[in-house]
Every structure is written in structure tokens, then in C-alpha cells.
Design a protein around this ligand. Structure first.
Ligand code: ATP
Length: 347
């Protein structure tokens, strides 16, 4: 039986539709991410699952039980917010124990939770005496202290610096696995979703645009919106020319297009799929800019046949061996199988 089933969830604010007939099933033990741009409705959906906001229409089943109208305390979840939301005037231990109903076991439970998040010595401090990353681990301990089976995370890492964020990502995922939780995390950070989730639900304007395993979302974006939102993508207006051929300005490309000849399409490919020296879908381009990104470089290339520049990634080692520098000309190509073709256009 799924842990959570949402069917036909709607949320209206006056005439504005924040969530539009959204249905979703979450399996027990799954780590799910709601990913999407600002305003797409992810937080609204999480708050509706928690019972902190009421849906305008639709049904929520938790563990098979109809919780559509149940108050938050009857929904068996722990929640962590971006802002930590700790009580500043209570000690860390009091914060962690706040939701533990059985007072007799509270002290042992708090101790166990502080050990679980790796902060066993911090119980007597106040939240203001801890770093952001430590405070978020305390918020996590507080959410887990009543032993919920569902963990809800609302952008829990957004306020933290990059190194702490990566460490905490791993810690949260490890806790999820170890405790056998079902976790739903809201994020607008694709890297967070790709690294942590079993399944990603990409939202756009109150609807689910695509759901799937991280690899599938990345490798097989279902729409131009997903292609542009998850990972970097070059995108050009083109015309289907029949039999898997595409006309892109003065170029003719071989691609996976099944569209009828003459259909206006957008053809996309990832910078990392470009191959230096390749003849397949190849062209000559000039290097206009190079961004140093640590292990690889992202080159901004311009070709005579194309209206605007495009990006190609190259490993730092290869860039050095080939002596790549601004102003140089080079041959690049992209395998036909790496092209994504959509019969739609950017707004
Ligand atoms: P962000 O990442 O910026 O938090 P989000 O995807 O979580 O974005 P929500 O906070 O769920 O987005 O908001 C979805 C939409 O609903 C937004 O357009 C927002 O302005 C609107 N909205 C949210 N709460 C209210 C409210 N109380 N009254 C009116 N509109 C609201």
C-alpha cells in the first residue's frame, strides 16, 4: 500500500490556481523531491500534505486512511523548514524534545536524536549559539524525535553554505535510509534533487510536468520546460525535414525527430554531449569565451550557420592538451542520439 496518495488536489487563492488537479502516489520508504521554479506550488503542496493549509478540492490518503480533513497532529509526520524555526529561548534539548508526548522517555529520546544527527554535546546550548548547519541538524532531530514515518522537508538546505549543504544532503539521505522513512523534500535546486531523490516530481504552474528517476528526468526530458530547467541545454528553433532530419538555419542535422516534415520544432542538446573533432552533426565554431568550472571548462562557441552562440563542455585536461583558448576555431559535433526534439517553442 502506498504511504501517501494525493488525488485531484486543487488549491485556489481567489481566482488564482496554485495547484491544478494534481494526483500522486508515494511509496513507503521512497525519497521524493518536488522540484520546480519559484511559484510553481511546491511549498503549497507540502503544506497541504502536512495539513498546515487546506486544499480547495481533492483527497489525501496517508497509510490508507482518509486524512483530507485531518488536523496536522493526526498525520504522523515531522517537518523541517528552510528557516530552522527553532525556539530561540529554549535550549537545544528542549527544542528537540518539544514534540515528544511521553515525558518519561523524552530525555533518552532527546539524547538519541542528538546522537543521530551527530551533535551529542550541544543539548545545553541555545539555538543562537550554533551555526546554521548545526541548527538545521537540530531542526531535523526535533522533527524525528516523535518517530514519525513521514518526513517533510521544505527547502531545508537553501540557507546553508555550499560545503555544509553537501554534507547535510548526505546526512539526510543516510538518515532516511537508516530509519526507513518516507521523505518528501521541496527544492528548487536540481542538483539537490538529482543527488538525493529516488524519484523527482518536476512541477510547473501548479501541475506535475514530469515524474521519474533522476537519471530518466535528466536523460529523457519530457518537455522543453524540463529540458531547460534540469541541467544545461543548448536550444535552437528548427524545422523537421522528414526521415529524422532537422533543418537548423543553414545546417542539416540527423536526429531522433519523428515529426512530419515542415513541423516547427526546438532542437536541444547538452553542452557535455558535444564532441570535439566529431564529424557527426558537426560544424566549425570559434571559441568566444571559456568558463572555468573546476574539473571541466564550458566553452561558448559561435558558428557561422547558427544565429546565437552555444555551449560545449570539455574536460580541463583535454582543454589544456588541445591548447583551447578564446579566438581559436575548432570542429565540434553532437551525436544524433544526444539531440532532443520538441514540437514547442520557448515562451
Ligand atoms: P518558492 O520556491 O518561491 O517558495 P513554490 O513553488 O514553493 O515557490 P508556493 O509558495 O507553493 O510556490 O506558491 C505557489 C503560488 O501560490 C505562488 O504564485 C504564490 O504567489 C501563490 N500563493 C501562495 N500562498 C498564497 C496565499 N496565501 N495567497 C495568495 N497566493 C498565494
Amino acid at each position: 500500500m502506498p504511504h501517501l496518495v494525493l488525488s485531484g488536489i486543487e488549491k485556489h487563492y481567489g481566482r488564482f490556481v496554485a495547484l491544478d488537479r494534481l494526483s500522486l502516489s508515494v511509496e513507503k520508504g521512497e525519497f521524493l523531491c518536488f522540484l520546480g521554479p519559484s511559484g510553481c506550488g511546491k511549498t503549497t503542496l507540502l503544506r497541504i500534505i502536512a495539513g498546515l493549509d487546506r486544499q480547495s478540492a481533492g483527497k489525501i490518503l496517508i497509510g490508507g486512511r482518509d486524512c483530507s480533513a485531518a488536523p496536522p497532529e493526526q498525520r504522523d509526520f515531522g517537518i523541517v523548514f528552510q528557516s530552522y524555526a527553532l525556539f530561540p529561548n529554549l535550549t537545544v534539548a528542549k527544542n528537540v524534545g518539544y514534540g515528544v508526548r511521553d515525558r518519561a522517555s523524552a530525555e533518552a529520546r532527546v539524547k538519541a536524536m542528538l546522537e543521530l544527527v551527530g551533535l551529542p554535546e550541544q543539548g545545553d546550548k541555545f539555538p543562537g549559539q550554533l551555526s546554521g548547519g548545526q541548527q538545521q541538524r537540530i531542526a531535523l532531530a526535533r522533527a524525528l524525535a516523535p518517530a514519525p514515518s513521514l518526513l517533510l522537508l521544505d527547502e531545508p538546505l537553501s540557507a546553508l553554505d555550499a560545503r555544509v549543504r553537501v554534507a547535510l544532503r548526505r546526512q539526510i539521505r543516510a538518515l532516511h535510509d537508516r530509519l526507513g522513512l518516507t521523505t518528501i523534500m521541496v527544492t528548487h535546486d536540481q542538483e539537490e534533487a538529482l543527488t538525493m531523490a529516488d524519484r523527482i516530481v518536476v512541477m510547473n504552474q501548479g501541475r506535475i510536468e514530469q515524474e521519474g528517476r533522476p537519471y530518466d528526468i535528466y536523460a529523457h526530458p519530457a518537455s522543453l520546460f524540463i529540458a531547460g530547467f534540469v541541467g544545461a541545454m543548448n536550444a535552437f528553433a528548427a524545422t523537421a525535414a522528414g526521415q529524422g532530419r532537422l533543418r537548423l538555419g543553414d545546417l542539416e542535422l540527423a536526429g531522433p525527430s519523428a515529426h512530419a516534415a515542415g513541423t516547427a520544432v526546438t532542437v536541444c542538446w547538452r553542452p557535455e554531449d558535444m564532441v570535439i573533432g566529431a564529424e557527426e552533426n558537426g560544424l566549425k565554431a570559434r571559441i568566444e569565451g571559456i568558463e572555468f568550472l573546476g574539473p571541466y571548462h564550458r566553452m561558448l562557441l559561435r558558428a557561422r550557420e547558427l544565429e546565437s552562440p552555444f555551449a560545449a563542455d570539455v574536460s580541463a585536461n583535454l582543454a589544456r592538451d588541445l591548447g583551447l583558448a578564446c579566438g581559436r576555431e575548432l570542429q565540434v559535433g553532437v551525436p544524433a542520439g544526444a539531440l532532443h526534439v520538441f514540437a514547442e517553442h520557448p515562451n
